[in-house]
Design a protein around this ligand. Structure first.
Ligand code: NCD
Length: 342
């Protein structure tokens, strides 16, 4: 299938408002800013890129001539690489700025860095930063779209979207596909307190109709999280009962000051996803993890690699397609695509 075929068979046509009304945002700072139909639009748009990425020649010139800057102030493997691949497959010039080698180490403020990137006339800036809200701050200072690749413990919107796309594909392959996740029981277990992945996933999955349960030791559960429309558990075995999807999270030790868990061994004993525990979930329950994994702590190797049940590598695949969809949509105004002027 070539790109044109993929576009013509896109399920998007006719289901969403025309032009910019389908996605009237300049930036992607969080899932919290998105309506349900905007999330569905992004997922549908990503399908053409899933198809392209499965071909031998994975390239289009859609963003030719545009410059995308990936400014990463925190470590990353999957997210940085997939944003870079996404931009390149769309034909843009992609530049990566690593904070460790930049003037940030010389004390430059975030705002000055933003002004510098803006002066270089970037057409989109992708930011990862350790402070919650950093992306929003930069978005206010620059003239181009800003995409949040993770800001502190706040949000990681493309992760939430790629997880939804992964789940939609997996359910469709089982013949259980539907437009959204109405009635699906999903457990998110781990360091909910520090996890931007948890926040973006809770927002995305509840907007799509899922019943979301969160599970963590009391010290790693944010107070008042029930207000996000989730059910709170502290015993993993109870949370797993009837769960069709189990999403595991890494302990974000870099965001912890002081001791939040007794020991990794004790943590695995109470909150690790083992074969015995997975048997408590619904038959055939699917397993997800955003990576990087600490095998033998929050998830056992045999579960992480469980054929037909673990979606972990599929999540990585879908990450590239979602990021291509986001970069395409957010640069349509700059590219003068009909119907996309602000
Ligand atoms: C996550 C992140 O950086 O927030 N990783 C990712 O983007 N795939 C999760 C984590 O670091 O644990």
């Amino acid at each position: 299938m070539d790109l044109m075929d993929a576009r013509e068979t896109s399920p998007t046509q006719g289901r969403f408002p025309a032009g910019r009304l389908a996605f009237p945002h300049r930036d992607l700072t969080g899932i919290a800013q998105l309506q349900r139909h905007e999330i569905l639009y992004l997922l549908d748009q990503a399908e053409q890129w899933v198809a392209l990425n499965r071909q031998r020649t994975k390239h289009t010139d859609l963003l030719a001539g545009l410059t995308i800057i990936n400014a990463f102030f925190e470590n990353s493997t999957r997210t940085l690489l997939s944003f870079e691949i996404a931009g390149k497959r769309l034909g843009a010039d992609v530049v990566n700025m690593h904070a460790a080698q930049s003037s940030v180490k010389k004390g430059e403020t975030l705002i000055d860095t933003a002004i510098t990137l803006n002066a270089m006339r970037a057409d989109a800036i992708v930011i990862r930063h350790g402070s919650s809200g950093a992306t929003g701050l930069i978005a206010d200072k620059v003239d181009c779209p800003v995409l949040n690749a993770g800001d502190g413990s706040h949000e990681h919107p493309t992760q939430g979207l790629l997880d939804a796309l992964t789940l939609r594909h997996a359910l469709a392959e089982r013949g259980e596909g539907a437009e959204d996740f109405t009635g699906l029981n999903i457990v998110i277990c781990g360091d909910i307190l520090h996890s931007r992945v948890a926040r973006s996933n809770i927002l995305c999955l509840t907007a799509m109709g899922a019943n979301v349960r969160v599970c963590a030791p009391p010290a790693l559960m944010p107070t008042g999280i029930e207000a996000m429309g989730v059910e709170v558990f502290h015993r993993f075995d109870d949370a797993l009962d009837g769960a069709e999807v189990v999403m595991m999270l890494r302990l974000q030790s870099e965001r912890m000051s002081g001791q939040f868990i007794p020991s990794p061994r004790e943590y695995r004993h109470l909150y690790g996803l083992t074969a015995k525990r997975l048997a408590l979930a619904a038959p055939g329950a699917l397993v997800m993890h955003p990576g990087p994994m600490n095998r033998g702590v929050e998830i056992d190797s045999e579960i992480a690699d469980l054929e037909g049940r673990s979606l972990i590598t599929r999540q990585v695949e879908m990450g590239v397609a979602i990021r291509m969809a986001c970069l395409d949509i957010l640069t349509r105004e700059a590219r003068g695509v009909a119907g996309w002027a602000a």
